[in-house]
Write a protein that binds this ligand. Structure first.
Ligand code: SOE
Length: 385
């Protein structure tokens, strides 16, 4: 086998506007720039306009990320009739206003995770998208890391049997940087929550995707550094108003039990989004810091070779998305998960079909985050939803 060839066919095209210019602006732009190069059957995507607050920074992003225009007026961009898709990659406090305006303007909408800062906002976003009859997606990109998509296929095929455990943690350490100022992720008004919503939302989505709905939970949170410089180099200190870390104990509707952790205070863990699923016929284990690989243990293996297999999930004709990239073993990276997500999304938009995770998944995710906040306060088990 060999990678798919590029075929030039006349295909529908979609004009995109991106609201946001920072880290996620770069990651999403990379996806828009590459989807037509590597996925020959994808509708054409046109990077029309990128929006930001600062004119100079937005112009730099336009030039660097391959957009035709730059704007600092997101409302005007959302109202344009030459835009088909709005992609929201701003801090969480802007998600609801932007996504609702986009839906009401008849645009298909992508939004970064978590969908919103509150359950009420998330429900407003879903209602607006459904009422407008537009397609909607929340960018839980890790579902489309090939090794994770392979894990999903293996669970669905019964390769690990009935699920007993989902054990997951998403650990980073950037917040332990000495003297780090109060960036927006430490401010509840902008971010909603801290590690719980930023990192925990990803793990909650993977738990829902791979193991089913979470029924109830208990948990705790901590803010280890309670004040930070109000701005870089400032002597004035400001309060951190979100969690630095959270730990949950969860029970799934199907009877499985598990643990979910999210922390920005794990020195040495740079982007350590890892899960293990244990079932009646075997186990699966994944680590984003080794994202091409999936580890699989099967009780079917004969005694003398029992052990975790290390699967390199990028083989042509075998693994999700592999045919669109390179020959076996050439590996891919974090950014490819955005390209895969945008590819599946635009295929669904063109076909007039829903794709997941949609805003309904975003609401379910927000219900888990909301239950976690209630559990932190009550110090009791809380139901989800
Ligand atoms: C946090 O640092 C972060 O950028 C998350 O916000 C992203 O969702 C994750 O993919 C990488 O880490």
């Amino acid at each position: 086998m060999k990678p798919k060839e590029q075929t030039s066919t006349s295909r529908p095209s979609y004009r995109v506007a991106l609201l946001g210019t920072k880290f996620m602006g770069k990651a999403h732009s990379q996806g828009y720039r590459n989807v037509n190069m590597y996925f020959a059957d994808a509708p054409r995507l046109e990077q029309v306009v990128i929006c930001g607050r600062n004119p100079d920074e937005t112009e730099q992003a336009r030039d660097a990320f391959g957009w035709q225009e730059a704007s600092t007026d997101w409302q005007a961009v959302v109202a344009r009739d030459d835009i088909d898709i709005i992609d929201v990659v701003t801090p969480g406090h802007l998600h609801c206003a932007m996504a609702v305006a986009a839906a009401e303007a008849g645009k298909h909408v992508i939004c970064e995770k978590p969908l919103a800062n509150t359950l009420d906002e998330a429900r407003q976003m879903l209602a607006a998208a459904e009422s407008a009859g537009v397609r909607h997606l929340v960018m839980h990109n890790y579902r489309r890391v090939p090794a994770v998509a392979l894990a999903k296929r293996m669970v669905e095929d019964g390769r690990i049997g009935d699920i007993y455990h989902f054990r997951a943690r998403y650990l980073q350490d950037w917040a332990t940087t000495p003297g780090l100022e109060l960036v927006w992720r430490f401010d509840a008004k902008q971010a909603g929550s801290g590690a719980l919503g930023d990192l925990g939302a990803h793990v909650i989505d993977l738990g829902r995707y791979l193991c089913g709905e979470i029924a109830e939970l208990a948990g705790t949170e901590e803010t280890f550094v309670k004040q930070r410089p109000a701005a870089a180099g400032s002597q004035e200190m400001a309060d951190v108003t979100v969690d630095d870390a959270a730990a949950l104990c969860v029970r799934f509707e199907n009877g499985a039990i598990g643990t979910i952790e999210a922390s920005r205070f794990a020195p040495g863990r740079k982007n350590h989004n890892t899960f293990e699923i244990n079932g009646s016929r075997g186990s699966l284990s994944f680590d984003l810091e080794n994202l091409n690989n999936l580890r699989f243990y099967s009780v079917e293996d004969a005694g003398d070779v029992q052990g975790f297999h290390e699967i390199i999930a990028c083989s042509l004709g075998k693994h999700p998305y592999a045919d669109n990239w390179w020959f076996d073993g050439h590996l891919i990276g974090y950014e490819h998960s955005f390209t895969h997500t945008i590819y599946d999304w635009i295929q669904a938009v063109a076909a007039g079909e829903p794709t997941h995770p949609d805003f309904g998944d975003g609401v379910r995710n927000q219900e888990v985050l909301d239950a976690a906040a209630r559990a932190f306060a009550s110090r009791r088990w809380e139901s989800v939803g």
